[in-house]
Design a protein around this ligand. Sequence first.
Ligand code: ZN
Length: 61
Amino acid sequence: MANFNKTKSNFLKVKCIDCGNQQIIFDHAASNVQCIICGKTLVKPKGGKSEIVAQIIEVLD
Ligand SMILES: [Zn+2]
């Protein structure tokens, strides 16, 4: 029952909920991605997938 993650890797444009900074992040980050302005964690790796802790503005293919 290998439900292999078929989700394509995407780049997302996100907005930091703390400072409003917008930046491009990788959806399948292997490590934490932080806001380049305030340092808030925007993406947390979570068992192969990523947990986005920011407001997603746009999905870029
Ligand atoms: Zn920020």
